[in-house]
Design a protein around this ligand. Structure first.
Ligand SMILES: Nc1ncnc2c1ncn2[C@@H]1O[C@H](COP(=O)(O)OP(=O)(O)OP(=O)(O)O)[C@@H](O)[C@H]1O
Ligand SMILES: Nc1ncnc2c1ncn2[C@@H]1O[C@H](COP(=O)(O)OP(=O)(O)OP(=O)(O)O)[C@@H](O)[C@H]1O
Ligand SMILES: [Mg+2]
Ligand SMILES: [Mg+2]
Lengths: 252, 252
């Protein structure tokens, strides 16, 4: 039975896609059969692993009931890593999904049918707390929250954790917070150091030991359609994601 | 009659709030009466100018019809700058708004009533192309698009410009693209330089001459509830936003 992880944070640009793609690539590389689900209409995770963003069926057809989940699963150029791609058309689901009765559990039902084929299922969420992210949180066993080392990302965290508690109470009592991961961290700036101190003080047991540094090789890798561990395996960014994957696997 | 600018891009974390807040502060500092409208449930622009994110009435009460626009306008600590604050409760509007008949024009109607009190009205949009951003694009005369010097931000731009054309055709024929502004630019990296070259090649007349550099003082300023031109007026970030404000005013 695969463990389902949602990578979520309504704050934009904090490293959700980068974390989902690279974590999935690391656990796939370690030999676990892994499924990456792109639940963002921007389809960045799809592009980040080298797939086009106009594939059909995509997650949109799965959520709208037009296609079984298994038909939307694609192989990627990475061993052990399969992908359910997204397309810009998924933006329509934000308005269409809530028209169904039990719309929050559509993704959960869709993933049930393939869950025993994978050991890890990792969902990349869009930057909002709308119907798509709610679906991901209702389907997930655990949630990983990337937190950029910036003021707005820190300031918004309390609200996000309250929302997670609401989801746990109302939609998915078994959802747990796997951890908070600091991203784009630059220890040379006081701002980054202050954010890390605040985070470790307020959430001592939740923050991963591994900190993802700001590293230009991470930003370059999606232009090659590759996770950073394949674009530049020995750079600081790749090594940090390998360490994070080890920490996540140890918490499972 | 005030000019209405929407600062929009569905890609998260590209500098929408930072650009809206600092542009608004620059034109206010230059003596123009300015209104900053925070249309994001994250309420980052509200916090960025030193206001709390639990004020009532907020933009949420304005959009839901519970409060006239004028009652939601607050003074800020910056001369000539007034603000319509946001709250996390605005997230509900994403689902509630589309239930109205002509929901796309709710903000436009709300701003009509105050438009002649301000010379500039600047709207900060959330990271999505949902009902809130559609309302902003339907209400605006011009749209300013921050583009982070990163691959995913560039890759998503074509889709965004297509959406803007759709809005121009169907909802707001007078909407024009004021310009694209490169943000968090670090000329030391090839990635940043490549993104700038691509952008200026594909959209020569749309990209502003002014480029906003990555500058830690910009990231620090929201923690003081101040725009960067008040937090550190002579830093590279502040000077860049002053130059951008001049360019925007020249294009009006
Ligand atoms: N550690 C890092 N070092 C340098 N660049 C990074 C790092 N992590 C992410 N990036 C870059 O920063 C940008 C934002 O990251 P990413 O797109 O993964 O965030 P996101 O939270 O998924 O954004 P969105 O909210 O739009 O979904 C991307 O261009 C990415 O390549
Ligand atoms: N030029 C810059 N130099 C350094 N940091 C910056 C710069 N511009 C923005 N930032 C920081 O980067 C982060 C993202 O910027 P910002 O929040 O303005 O983007 P956004 O597009 O409004 O995000 P969202 O999609 O969540 O609304 C913020 O923490 C901000 O302080
Ligand atoms: Mg993303
Ligand atoms: Mg913002």
């Amino acid at each position: 039975m695969g463990r389902i992880f949602a990578v979520a944070n309504q704050k934009g640009g904090v490293g959700k896609t980068t974390t989902a793609v690279n974590l999935a690539a690391c656990v796939a590389e370690a030999g676990y059969s892994t499924l990456l689900v792109d639940l963002d209409p921007q389809a960045n995770a799809t592009v980040g692993v080298g797939l086009p963003k106009d594939l059909t069926p995509s997650i949109y057809e799965v959520l709208s009931g037009e296609s079984p989940t298994v038909a939307a699963i694609r192989a990627s150029r990475i061993n052990n890593l399969s992908v359910v791609p997204s397309t810009p058309g998924l933006a329509g689901a934000g308005v269409e999904l809530p028209q169904n009765q039990d719309y929050q559990h559509v993704l959960k039902a869709a993933l049930e049918s393939v869950r025993d084929q994978f050991e890890f299922i990792i969902i990349d969420c869009p930057p909002s707390l709308g119907p798509l992210t709610v679906n991901a949180l209702a389907a997930a066993d655990e949630v990983i929250v990337p937190v950029q080392s910036e003021y707005y990302a820190l300031e918004g965290l309390a609200g996000l954790l309250e929302t997670l508690e609401l989801v746990q109470r109302e939609l998915n009592p078994s959802l747990t917070v796997c951890g908070l991961v600091l991203t784009m961290h630059d220890p040379r700036t006081r701002l980054s150091r202050d954010v890390e101190t605040e985070l470790r003080t307020h959430f001592p047991r939740l923050v991963f030991d591994t900190v993802i540094p700001r590293n230009v090789r991470i930003g370059e890798s999606p232009s090659h359609g590759l996770p950073v561990i394949h674009h530049d395996p020995h750079c600081a960014g790749a090594e940090a994601y390998v360490a994070l994957a080890r920490e996540v696997a140890a918490r499972v």
